[in-house]
Design a binder for this molecule. Structure first.
Ligand SMILES: CC(C)(COP(=O)(O)OP(=O)(O)OC[C@H]1O[C@@H](n2cnc3c(N)ncnc32)[C@H](O)[C@@H]1OP(=O)(O)O)[C@@H](O)C(=O)NCCC(=O)NCCS
Length: 177
């Protein structure tokens, strides 16, 4: 794992319902700038009111990165539903605004999220579009391993996108007595 320091002044904290308006704004930006990298669409989320985003923040553990008081990055996770799935978390919504990329914020967001997830679940899973090399490199660098490839996992416009399924096991078998 790289130990490069953060190359920007930034603060990190958990987002709450009060953050719903800037959270919606950054989601809509992400879905405009990187529609191919995310599972949702601008059209779908633009039609949801701010209250929906407040609920999303309450029902998940979502981290925000701020520069100069402005929300510039997010990532979240939810504990999966059901008695046979609640040992797993699902990560979503990793995004850093273009002007704040390659400064270490994505890694800081991810490591902060993993510290919280480790307390709540045994493993965490995510899905990433196969040609999204920046995100895949970031996830691999903190220990995520690929466990599946879903061909044509997404269709956006006329194009199909293959999706890589990745997981980070906080309790690998060698740790179990
Ligand atoms: C993926 C993303 C969150 C990375 O955020 P970031 O703040 O730029 O990442 P960092 O500066 O912390 O970089 C962390 C690591 O990611 C990888 N990485 C980041 N940008 C990269 C690039 N352009 N090319 C290759 N690797 C890259 C590197 O491994 C890097 O580690 P290093 O700095 O030690 O080389 C950002 O590019 C982004 O928001 N992309 C669009 C949305 C998206 O794809 N989200 C993922 C959905 S699954």
């Amino acid at each position: 794992m790289s130990s490069l320091p953060l190359r920007a002044d930034a603060t990190i904290r958990r987002l709450r319902a009060d953050d719903a308006a800037p959270f919606k704004a950054i989601r809509l930006e992400a879905l405009t700038i990187n529609p191919e990298s995310l599972g949702s669409t601008f059209e779908l989320e633009n039609g949801l009111d701010v209250g929906w985003f407040a609920g999303r923040l309450e029902d998940s553990h979502t981290i925000g990165a701020f520069r100069g008081g402005e929300l510039v990055g997010t990532v979240g996770f939810v504990v999966q539903q059901g008695p046979k799935n609640s040992h797993k978390g699902r990560m979503f919504g990793m995004y850093v605004r273009p002007g704040s990329r390659q400064l270490g914020l994505g890694r800081l967001l991810l490591n902060t999220l993993l510290d919280a997830a480790r307390e709540q679940v045994e493993l965490i899973q995510l899905i990433v579009v196969s040609d999204n090399l920046p995100a895949r490199r970031l996830y691999e660098s903190v220990g995520f391993l690929e466990f599946g490839l879903e061909l044509k996992g997404l269709k956006y416009g006329d194009r199909y996108y293959d999706q890589v399924h990745m997981a980070l096991d906080f309790r690998p078998a060698t740790d179990i007595a």
